[in-house]
Design a protein around this ligand. Structure first.
Ligand SMILES: [Zn+2]
Length: 375
C-alpha cells in the first residue's frame, strides 16, 4: 500500500507510515502510529487475554484505532475475542487497518469504521449492543470521552483508558487538572501514581453518575502516558459507594511526609509543622487486582513481567517513596529498593516495590520511621 510499510509487532503484521519509525515524534499524516507504545499494546494483549473468560460477549471496541495497531493485535493474538471493532476519524488510517487485517487473515473478525469516537461507541456500527471491552487511547486527555466509553461497555465488561496529558495530571498545570479530572495533582516524586489515581477517580465519578461502578484491575504509568483497566458493573448500590474509594493525599514538600486522608483539610505537617499540599479528590482504593495481574503475567515477555510482578506484589498504600529521595536525606549512597523493602519488613512494617517507578517502594511506615529503620 502506497505511503505505508509493513512491520511486525508481537505476532501481527501492521501497515505504518515509514516516517513513524524514524521520526522522534511520529507524524499524524498520512496516519498516526507510535512504535514506542509497543509495551502499552503488549500489556493490553495480556490484559484482554486474562479478562476474556469473564466476558458475556467477547467483543472489543477500539475508539481511536489509527492504523489498527491494538485492534489487529487483539484480532490476531487474543483468539478468545471473537469480534473486533476499530474506529478512527482518519480514512487513510482505516484503509491501512483494513489492508493489514487482510494480510493477517483476520478480516472476518474485524470491522473498521470512520466516525467520531462517541458516535462510534454508542451506535457507530449500526449495532445497538454494547461491547465486552472498550479501549480509548486518545491524543492528550480522555476526559471528554469517559462518559461514552463507560456507556459503551457491557455489564461486567472491561474498559481501558489511556491519558497522555501527563504534564497536567502530574502537576504542571493544576488548574487544568482540576477542571478535567475534578482533583488536584502533585508535582513531586510520585506524581505519576497520583495522576493514575486522578484518572481513576474521574472514571469512578462518571460511572456513578451513570448508575455504574468501576473496579480497577490493573494500572501502569510511564513518562509519556498512564493507563487504567477497570471492570464496569451496572449497579446503583455499588455506585452509591463511590466515595468510599475516594479521598486525598497530603504531602509535605519540606520534610517529605505523606499520608492518605478521607477529608480535605488545610493541615500542617505533624513532623515539621510546614503547610502540606493536598492532592485529590482521587482514587485511594487499590489499583491492582493481584490474581488478575498474576494471570496477565503468564505469557508475558520479561519487560511486561517486570511491571506485572511489581504490580501484583504491591501493598495497598496510595503513594510511594523513592530510594534516591531517602538516600539524599540520609546523605548516603543509594540503597537498592530490594534492600530497603527487606529492611522495612524486618523492622515490622509492610513494604513492597512500587510498580509505577522501578526506583520506588511502598510502605506503611512514616518517612521519619523509614529513615530510622534504614540508618
Ligand atoms: Zn513536614
Amino acid at each position: 500500500m502506497e505511503g505505508f510499510t509493513e512491520i511486525v509487532e508481537g505476532r501481527t503484521k501492521l501497515l505504518v507510515p515509514p516516517l513513524s519509525l524514524t521520526e522522534k515524534v511520529p507524524p499524524k499524516t498520512p496516519a498516526f502510529f507510535n512504535p514506542a507504545a509497543k509495551l502499552n499494546r503488549d500489556l493490553s494483549v495480556l490484559a484482554y487475554r486474562a479478562y476474556a473468560p469473564r466476558l458475556k460477549e467477547r467483543t472489543l471496541a477500539d475508539g481511536f484505532t489509527g492504523v489498527g495497531a491494538r485492534a489487529l493485535r487483539v484480532a490476531v493474538e487474543v483468539p478468545e475475542i471473537e469480534q473486533v471493532y476499530g474506529n478512527d476519524a482518519n480514512p487513510s488510517a482505516i484503509k491501512a487497518a483494513k489492508k493489514a487485517a487482510e494480510l493477517n487473515g483476520v478480516s472476518a473478525k474485524c470491522r473498521f469504521s470512520v466516525n467520531e469516537v462517541c458516535k462510534f461507541l454508542l451506535n457507530g456500527n449500526d449495532r445497538e449492543e454494547r461491547f465486552g471491552i472498550v479501549d480509548l487511547d486518545p491524543f492528550g486527555t480522555p476526559a471528554r470521552h469517559v462518559d461514552c466509553v463507560l456507556r459503551a461497555a457491557l455489564d461486567g465488561g472491561l474498559v481501558s483508558i489511556t491519558a497522555t496529558d501527563t504534564a497536567v495530571l502530574c502537576g504542571v498545570y493544576p488548574e487544568v487538572c482540576l477542571r478535567r479530572y475534578y482533583g488536584r495533582p502533585l508535582n513531586n516524586g510520585y506524581g505519576n501514581e497520583t495522576a493514575v489515581r486522578l484518572l481513576t477517580s474521574l472514571m469512578a465519578l462518571t460511572a456513578s453518575r451513570l448508575e455504574l461502578a468501576i473496579k480497577p484491575v490493573f494500572a501502569h504509568a510511564t513518562m509519556h502516558y498512564l493507563r487504567v483497566y477497570a471492570q464496569v458493573n451496572v449497579s446503583s448500590s455499588e455506585a452509591n459507594d463511590v466515595y468510599s474509594n475516594l479521598g486525598y493525599i497530603r504531602h509535605c514538600f519540606n520534610c517529605g511526609h505523606r499520608l492518605a486522608a478521607k477529608e480535605y483539610e488545610n493541615a500542617k505537617c505533624e513532623l515539621c509543622q510546614h503547610s502540606m499540599k493536598t492532592a485529590g479528590l482521587l482514587w485511594t482504593a487499590p489499583l491492582q487486582d493481584a490474581p488478575f495481574v498474576t494471570k496477565m503475567a503468564e505469557g508475558g515477555d520479561e519487560k511486561c513481567r517486570k511491571i506485572l510482578d511489581a504490580a501484583a506484589g504491591e501493598i495497598d498504600v496510595p503513594y510511594y517513596f523513592k530510594g534516591d529521595e531517602i538516600s539524599s536525606k540520609m546523605h548516603t549512597n543509594p540503597h537498592s529498593v530490594a534492600k530497603i523493602v527487606e529492611k522495612l519488613q524486618a523492622t515490622g512494617y509492610k513494604a513492597s516495590r512500587a510498580s509505577m517507578n522501578t526506583g520506588g517502594f511502598k510502605t506503611d511506615a512514616r518517612i521519619d520511621h523509614v529513615l530510622q529503620a534504614l540508618s
